[in-house]
Design a protein around this ligand. Structure first.
Ligand code: ADP
Ligand code: ZN
Length: 648
């Protein structure tokens, strides 16, 4: 079996992502690896695929119980025999797991680092054929890192005592130069292949919001993104509780997590979030390590984190599935003062004075870096990349600061176009359609409604979406437009008489962008395009099918007691809507469907798709935009343009 075949058969993916192939090639030829890859880049595949190809067992050392359990569930779902050994099991269960491992039942065994000191485990390891040791979250070995775990130091001893030295793969998402050196040196890697895949997460939109009314911001944001799942980080338990109360009273399906809650309560909160029962979670930074939820669409920091390392890691929990997601930091100068105060008061008893001074300086420096991020008027993405040692020069054009402007702008001409457009809609459509039409968005829904043939289609294509959004809401406020109040609110003409007077101007104060820019045409522009959502290809019928498949997934998730995203992630469901598989063989063309999941769930998804297509034979489910330039990543909806049902 080649790595690519393993990737397809077990994980259902067609091609490797950047960096994965070289890492796998190294490991399978026996060369140690240190791979520094950002969250969501796909580290697990880099050791799971070699584990399938090497003889014997792969031991994965991982610091977090929940992460192990999640990974093992996902592997078992993919048809790979794996187990974990940690303190959540009873002694008898542990013995049984080790026995099965010794019999060669498991290809991959996850253990907590503490286990490496257990006599039973060492005895097992001495007899077993261990081909690879994977050190996950390898930065835990460094005292420079944020999450130093003394038990990680035991790994060296453990490996040394094995009868045959296995190949070692070390993986982490956060590594500054110091941490990297530490990992290489402490783990004693031999002639390792070292790779840094880069810290840029293109699908994340960074944004800093100077805000005193943080609650209002959060409430509005959640309201505007009510279908999305998100995390809101607060600095203290008290903040978590307060914000939780506020949102709870507003009827937001929200849960919370902090170290002050008892274990059971925490577990329940976490599960509610993971299983999508509560799409929003408010938490301290105690939450998130080991959370693999792939469809987190936004991470809001209610308070400034204490270091860039923390921020990058926490914000990075957004968009693991590669879909556009937002990372918003709510900044107030007050936070900095509190942070400084806390640093001053930190307890250093037991440390030498010199050491105390060093740590204090380090912490203060970290705080300054973070404050700099909040105050910079430069590109936020580049600020982060530069901090992690990546030279980035050109602004990204996909962050709050790259989109920031301050002037007072005369928007009269644009306002008239908005009015023309609303006239063309005859007051039938809502904000999204009007916006999309004016900007000339390349969306199936617009083609379906025929607004692409309007005179105003693309009339404001040079306008940024948030600006236009702001303009329209201002026009509603000023009475030029009228927005109906029901669930599917539409835009209608208001009193436009004043605009006939030449002296009337619509003036807008432009502060900064509220939303990331989508790719809005402008073919000649050499700016980087913001990522597209895979849902852009879906028509309204497509959305209905997507909803139906999500429902089915939730049903199966309940039956199997698995988080929905372990069954299939959103991207896979969307790809089903695009490709409309009819047979079990077709299903394997869908990204993220491997053989075992096909066998296990395929029939039910096929029936659901068939039922949908039969009930709406004329429905067009997806239209692939000709401009959709997705070449290169090889894992998205790909080529087929699907015309849906048979049609008349
Ligand atoms: P990391 O551990 O680096 O944060 P994961 O290993 O959890 O990232 O992978 C993130 C997501 O990307 C997972 O849903 C995984 O299945 C998916 N993924 C990984 N490699 C590929 C690939 N080659 N093609 C498509 N999806 C992939
Ligand atoms: Zn930028």
């Amino acid at each position: 079996m080649t790595p690519r075949e393993a990737l397809k058969q077990f994980f259902g993916y067609d091609s490797f992502r950047k960096g994965q192939e070289d890492i796998i090639a190294s490991i399978t030829t026996g060369r140690d690896v240190l791979a520094i890859m950002p969250t969501g880049a796909g580290k697990s595949i880099c050791y799971q695929v070699p584990a399938l190809m090497l003889p014997g067992i792969t031991i994965v050392i991982s610091p977090l119980i929940s992460l192990m359990q999640d990974q093992v569930k996902a592997l078992n779902e993919a048809g790979i025999h794996a187990a974990f050994i940690n303190s959540s099991l009873t002694e008898a269960q542990i013995r049984r797991a080790m026995q099965l491992a010794a019999e060669g039942v498991y290809k991959i065994v996850y253990v907590a680092p503490e286990r490496l000191e257990s006599f039973d485990f060492l005895e097992f390891a001495a007899r077993a054929e261990i081909s690879m040791v994977t050190v996950d979250e390898a930065h835990c070995i460094s005292q420079w890192g944020q999450d130093f775990r003394p038990s990680y130091l035991k790994i060296v001893e453990f490996v040394k005592n094995l009868p045959k030295r296995p190949v070692i793969g070390a993986f982490t998402a956060t590594a500054t130069e110091e941490v990297k050196e530490d990992i290489l040196c402490i783990l004693n890697l031999t002639d390792p292949y070292v790779t840094v895949t880069g810290f840029d997460r293109e699908n994340l939109y960074y944004r800093v919001e100077n805000s005193r009314k943080k609650d209002d911001f959060v409430i509005n944001y959640i309201e505007e993104h009510s279908k999305d799942s998100g995390i809101i980080y607060c600095a203290t338990r008290k903040n978590v509780d307060k914000l939780f109360e506020t949102l709870f009273k507003k009827g937001v399906p929200v849960t919370r997590y902090h170290a002050g809650m008892d274990n059971e309560e925490r577990k329940r909160s976490q599960d509610d979030f993971i299983y999508d029962r509560a799409p929003v979670i408010i938490a301290t930074n105690a939450f998130g390590m080991g959370i693999d939820k792939s469809n987190v669409r936004y991470v809001i920091h209610y308070n400034m984190p204490q270091s860039m390392e923390n921020y990058y890691q926490e914000a990075g929990r957004a968009g693991r599935d590669g879909e556009p997601s937002q990372c918003i930091l709510l900044f107030s100068a007050q936070d900095v003062i509190i942070d400084r105060f806390l640093l001053e008061k930190k307890d250093f008893s037991g440390l030498e004075e010199e050491e105390t001074e060093l740590i204090k300086q380090r912490d203060m420096r970290r705080l300054q870096v973070m404050e700099g991020y909040c105050r910079t008027s430069g590109c936020l993405r580049n600020y982060i990349l530069n901090y992690f040692g990546e030279k980035a020069v050109t602004p990204c054009d996909n962050c709050g600061n790259c989109h920031r402007e301050y002037q007072e702008q005369d928007m009269t001409a644009q306002a008239k176009q908005v009015i023309n457009c609303v006239a063309e809609t005859k007051g039938r459509y809502g904000l999204t359609v009007v916006l999309g039409t004016l900007m000339g968005a390349d969306r199936a829904r617009l083609r379906e409604l025929g607004t692409v043939d309007y005179k105003t289609y693309g009339a404001l294509k040079d306008c940024r979406e948030p600006l236009l959004r702001g303009l329209i809401s201002q026009m509603v406020e000023e009475g030029y437009l009228y927005q109906t109040q029901e669930q599917y609110s539409v835009l209608k003409m208001g009193n436009i008489a004043p605009l006939r007077d030449e002296n009337t101007h619509v003036m807008m104060r432009v502060y900064r962008e509220k939303e990331p820019e989508r790719s809005l045409g402008g073919k000649n522009s050499d700016r980087k395009k913001s990522p597209r959502r895979s849902t852009d290809a879906l028509t309204s019928a497509g959305y209905d099918l997507f909803e139906a498949l999500r429902k089915l997934r939730l049903e199966i998730a309940r039956e199997e007691s698995l988080p929905p995203y372990i069954i299939f992630n959103d991207k896979t469901l969307i790809d089903m809507c695009v490709k409309l598989p009819k047979t079990a063989a077709d299903l394997l063309w869908v990204s993220g469907v491997g053989e075992r999941k096909r066998d296990k769930y395929g029939d039910r998804f096929l029936s659901a798709i068939m039922a949908f297509v039969e009930s709406r034979p004329d429905a067009v489910i997806s239209i692939q935009s000709p401009a959709a330039d997705r070449a290169g990543n090889g894992e998205s909806a790909g080529a087929p343009v699907n015309g849906g049902g048979t049609g008349p």
